[in-house]
Design a protein around this ligand. Structure first.
Ligand SMILES: NC(=O)c1ccc[n+]([C@@H]2O[C@H](COP(=O)([O-])OP(=O)(O)OC[C@H]3O[C@@H](n4cnc5c(N)ncnc54)[C@H](OP(=O)(O)O)[C@@H]3O)[C@@H](O)[C@H]2O)c1
Length: 243
């Protein structure tokens, strides 16, 4: 019997592939048989991520996804895709009273506008195959508020709403769209946050999670499920990985 989790023959684009969840997702996707196109800004980290992959059909393309010319060049360079993992993003703590216009742009440009504009271009240039799977990285921050998290949580709530509508619009072509909402995962993003949050508070957060903090691998495995035919009846959903 065929393994429904097998990704052989598929081509998957992974954004944010130079670090953390995207980097591990790219590795596990290649182990599952797909060709992977990695994208991120930092060339050195991108090349290192590429060197971890199985198979010789993988490639990396660097792009700042907040720059429209770079987004366009990326889309022109990618072949037709059977899946996209939208992992590129930023986080940060900012109490509501300090939020300015520039902060709104910084957060929304990469966490919301970049995946939305990337999808528009991919669809218009017919780079998304029928039966493809789209996986957006949201966060449990949309459901569990924390001090200073309004901007980050808002960008993720917006992408969840977007993904659910995409699921309806693209269903006639069998294209699925889902979100994954992890809690704390040990990545450079969380290590960066830990620099501004006290050790005691980080320990308190971890104690609130019965299974503790997650590893990039925990999220990558869920991503493979959503990319694979094993989830062919799953769309418009938001998988919470809360530990
Ligand atoms: N870690 C967690 O606990 C956690 C929890 C919930 C949700 N998430 C979400 O999961 C996703 C991945 O998080 P992570 O922890 O893996 O973060 P990470 O290790 O900090 O990686 C972020 C990635 O985003 C890329 N990126 C940032 N700005 C970009 C831009 N303007 N253009 C192109 N790429 C850009 C970075 O590329 P360069 O390094 O090359 O610049 C990097 O590859 C994010 O969307 C995050 O919000 C994470």
């Amino acid at each position: 019997m065929d393994n429904p989790f097998d990704l052989t023959g598929k081509t998957i684009l992974v954004t944010g592939a130079s670090s953390g969840i995207g980097k591990e997702a790219a590795r596990i996707i290649s182990l599952s048989g797909a060709n992977v196109i990695l994208t991120g800004r930092n060339n050195e980290r991108l090349e290192e991520a590429l060197s971890n992959l199985k198979g010789d059909g993988n490639l990396s393309i660097s792009a700042d996804l907040t720059k429209s010319d770079e987004l366009s060049i990326l889309v022109d360079q990618v072949p037709a895709l059977d899946g996209v993992v939208f992992s590129a993003g930023i986080t940060g703590h900012l109490p509501a009273k300090f939020i300015g216009n520039e902060d709104l742009s910084n957060f929304f440009d990469i966490n919301y506008k970049a995946p939305v504009l990337l999808m528009s271009l991919l669809l218009r240039k017919k780079k998304i195959n029928s039966k493809a799977s789209l996986v957006f990285l949201s966060s449990i921050a949309t459901k569990y508020p924390y001090f200073g998290g309004s901007l980050y949580g808002s960008t993720k709530a917006a992408i969840e709403a977007y993904s659910r509508v995409l699921a309806i619009e693209l269903a006639p072509k069998g294209i699925r769209s889902n979100c994954i909402s992890p809690s704390f995962v040990r990545t450079p993003m969380v290590e960066g946050a830990a620099e501004t949050i006290s050790k005691e508070v980080m320990e308190k957060f971890e104690k609130m999670m019965p299974l503790g903090f997650g590893e990039p691998n925990d999220v990558a495995n869920a991503i493979v499920y959503l990319l694979s035919d094993a989830s062919k009846w799953v769309t418009g959903s938001n998988m919470v990985l809360g530990g």
